[in-house]
Design a protein around this ligand. Sequence first.
Ligand SMILES: [Mg+2]
Length: 288
Amino acid sequence: MAERACSRSIPRSPEELYEGYVFDLDGTIYLGEELLPGAKRLILKLRELGKRVIFLSNNPTKDPEMYAQKLSGLGLPTPPEEIVNTVVTMTRWLLENHPDAVVFPISEEPLKKSLREAGIRISEDPEEIDIVIASYDRTFEYKKLQIAFDAIWYYKRARLVTTNPDRYCPFPGGRGEPDAAAIVAAIEACTGAKCEVNVGKPDPVMLKTIMDMLGLEARECVMTGDRLYTEIKMAKGAGMPSAVVLTGETTVADLENEPEENHPDYVLERVDQLVPAHLREEFGWADA
Ligand SMILES: [Mg+2]
């Protein structure tokens, strides 16, 4: 019998291993500048067992290399290929769905660089822009809004999409920065257009991109995160098993108050409980 967490009887741990493991980062693998308990040995063990590991982020202001460096700096050596942020998902979404489109990214350098490297044409000429990509852009200015406005409203040719739906990006200590939703709202307000696509959490597009990359089906993977309304919601939308870890935002009380249809398949007190109990015993992980 599996151990149960909270009164709604959600199992604490999977009974078997999966082929693919998708992880949120902050609150799941690290908190601020420290790896969370069990994260390092879990990831090393999964790789050793030949499982596929992917780390997710909605933030399009960083390259996968920057996340790989951060994880490596925290003591968990990680290749950039294991990182999928919205720079990666937007680039792959365009290649898959609109490979010939001319795009105008309202973004910082990492997204532009990735689009250029993928051979996607970037333009600031509203007469030839097919897709305006709104994102988290700390270099946003009136000129960019004007180009988007002209391409969407005046020339009536461009569609609006976004990297991620976040209203703000929280910082440790309570401050934060306006995120991509603010740029989307500015463009929607002046053009009357509606943003059509979001390639970040909680849209299942993000997980579908990962399944394509890994060549795995949803049921062969498990999504682990600390937020019910992003990672768990996305996993449910993609038909992927999911685990919430209680080292970040979600508490046991949150789970009790959440309608059952939003519940994850597993509730972990620490992330290395993703490994089934009989294997933890075999590995000598008595503290997990
Ligand atoms: Mg998180």
